[in-house]
Design a protein. Structure first.
Length: 168
């Protein structure tokens, strides 16, 4: 290879490298931009936690209070991992209800631990969600079913539970 040919090939290679470096972004600008971060002030708070009640073999009521107008969202499952969780988008918690809302959970399995978590969605900024608050309750077994523990037997019926310690 003569000198003239070497210089020609070198110039083409250097030009290609220069063009590639112009089209490439700097290392600090690589990848997609960050996700939009919601300000903490936009997130509803759940100052009083969450409550459950009126538990039956097939349903329960879950309620909570937010610090502003927001929508109650409840997820429930039969395991604390929330595998196969059911999601219920509930009513809006508004000032006329003191920012409280409740959801009537239906179709719950009898005799099961039910794990639930509640979040509130800001009505003014739908992407702003409260931190989740979790709770747990147990549905009673079907009416007439016998539940045994080592020291007692409990029979569930319409009026509640009756317990015996096994003494005759």
């Amino acid at each position: 290879m003569n000198r003239r040919r070497f210089l020609g090939h070198s110039a083409v290679a250097i030009g290609g490298l220069a063009a590639a470096s112009l089209t490439r972004r700097p290392a600090w600008a690589q990848g997609p931009g960050p996700a939009v971060v919601t300000s903490e002030g936009a997130r509803p708070a759940v100052p009083y936690g969450v409550q459950s009640g009126d538990v039956t073999g097939e349903g329960a009521i879950v309620w909570s209070r937010s610090d502003r107008s927001s929508r109650l969202i409840v997820e429930w499952a039969t395991s604390d991992s929330f595998r196969d969780a059911q999601r219920i988008v509930g009513p809006a918690a508004l000032a006329e209800n003191d920012f409280t809302a409740r959801v009537d959970l239906r179709g719950l399995p009898a005799g099961q631990d039910i794990f639930y978590r509640v979040v509130f969605q800001n009505l003014a900024e739908p992407k702003a969600l409260s931190a989740p608050v979790m709770g747990r309750f147990r549905t009673p077994p079907r009416a007439g079913a016998l539940s045994r523990s080592p020291s007692r037997a409990t029979r569930w019926g319409r009026g509640g539970a009756s317990t015996s310690n096994g003494a005759a």
